[in-house]
Design a protein around this ligand. Structure first.
Ligand SMILES: [Zn+2]
Length: 407
């Protein structure tokens, strides 16, 4: 049965109808490329003439190009359409220790990627990014740069366009995008890393049927991105999803947010390193990757530390399950490299807390690029339409018809 999303209902002027149809066509091309105009009309339910007008405009704007010529048993050979891979996006994923900077195309494929140290001060960090972005633009003169997407371990207030909360970066209430925008001449989209991962799942993953999904990013801290009833939850000041800072034990270790015993001080990468050092009663300044390697090599203390972290992760997820009842929880982070070992620990903890019915599916994100791919989607959704990202082709027909009817 086709489910139609009425939560997005708005008064459709002919302009919004055009925008919706354009988003529908762009997304169909993105998901089904190469695709002929006839198939675009058939799948979208739009008239052939409407599809022609939209695709001509998209070709003119260089979002879409004529792809290969198709083969039919008889008659005219259709020309297929596909997205223009020369349309590129500059992206960065900020983490407390390092920042990954990359160039991606509209399909979320990366041309280049590099890691640089993250400066301690936001102004210095912005200047360092400007230098990298300018260098990348020079290095790829053949690409048409569309915008900049940045994910960070903090919350971005879309109303004030300021970073409101980034305890693990120790940055507080600042404007990060203005300097980058004026230096590069491109619009900058900023988003919380976990929210960016939700966008990566919705845009590039296979979650068509999922309307309630939570992404948990596990790194220096813990972030969650909430996809509720087919929408990314923002909340007041853009602060929705700070489960990582719910105190579970007020006598617990100090947290970067100023409180004590938050979920993240028990279940983050830093927590596992602390457990490891406690078990060995000597402080080693090793990285989380080192800890994973030691566990793989059979270091019992490393395995126990990671196991403790996995239990804490799963127990904390019960808050998410009780509060939001998602269909799926997707874990993003280095720990997922040993998902076979620690995934079941997390799943068992979640299942033990299930109130009614089956617990949600808990899985690792595919690949290690979720944060960066999410920043690509962050920029693209400005052009492909905010609605278009939540209803792929299955629902496109219904929407397009509504849009046409309003025309
Ligand atoms: Zn905290």
């Amino acid at each position: 049965m086709r489910r139609i999303d009425f939560t997005n209902t708005q008064v459709a002027s002919s302009e919004t109808a055009r925008d919706i149809n354009r988003g529908v066509v762009l997304n169909l091309i993105r998901r089904r490329q190469p695709i002929s105009r006839a198939d675009l009309a058939r799948v979208s339910g739009l008239q052939r003439s409407t599809v022609s007008v939209i695709t001509e405009q998209l070709i003119e704007e260089q979002w879409v190009i004529n792809g290969p010529t198709g083969r039919l048993p008889r008659g005219r050979r259709p020309t297929f359409l596909r997205l223009n891979e020369r349309r590129a996006i500059l992206v960065a994923d900020l983490r407390p220790e390092h920042t990954t900077v990359a160039v991606a195309d509209v399909n979320g494929r990366f041309f280049s990627q590099e890691a640089v140290a993250t400066p301690a001060h936001p102004r210095t960090a912005a200047n360092a990014l400007i230098a990298r972005f300018k260098h990348l633009m020079k290095a790829h003169p053949d690409l048409l740069f569309e915008g900049i997407g940045i994910s960070l371990p903090g919350r971005f207030n879309h109303a004030t366009r300021r970073v409101a909360f980034a305890p693990n970066l120790k940055w507080r209430d600042f404007d990060f995008h203005a300097a980058i925008e004026s230096a590069t001449g491109m619009r900058v989209e900023l988003e919380n890393a976990a929210n960016a991962c939700v966008l990566a799942e919705v845009w590039f993953g296979n979650v068509d049927r999922v309307r309630d999904l939570v992404v948990v990013t596990v790194s220096e801290g813990i972030g969650t991105g909430l996809y509720v009833n087919g929408h990314l939850a923002g909340g007041l000041h853009g602060m929705a999803g700070e489960f990582g800072h719910v105190p579970l034990d007020l006598e617990g270790p100090a947290c970067a947010c100023g409180s004590r015993g938050c979920w993240e001080v028990f279940a983050s990468n830093r927590a596992a390193l602390r457990y490891y050092n406690e078990l060995r009663s000597e402080a080693d300044s090793l990285s989380f990757q080192d800890l994973l390697r030691r566990a793989e090599a059979g270091d019992g203390a490393a395995v126990r530390a990671l196991d403790k972290m996995a239990h804490a992760l799963g127990r904390g997820m019960r808050m998410i399950v009780a509060g939001l009842a998602p269909e799926e929880i997707v874990v993003v982070g280095e720990l997922t490299r040993q998902w076979q070992r620690f995934g079941p620990v997390i799943q068992a903890e979640v299942a033990a807390g299930a109130l009614v019915g089956d617990p949600p599916r808990v899985r690792a994100a595919e690949g290690s690029m979720a944060r960066l791919r999410g920043t690509v989607a962050l920029v693209l959704q400005k052009h492909f339409g905010p609605g278009a990202l939540v209803f792929p082709e299955r629902k496109a027909g219904g929407l397009a018809k509504r849009a046409v009817a309003a025309n």
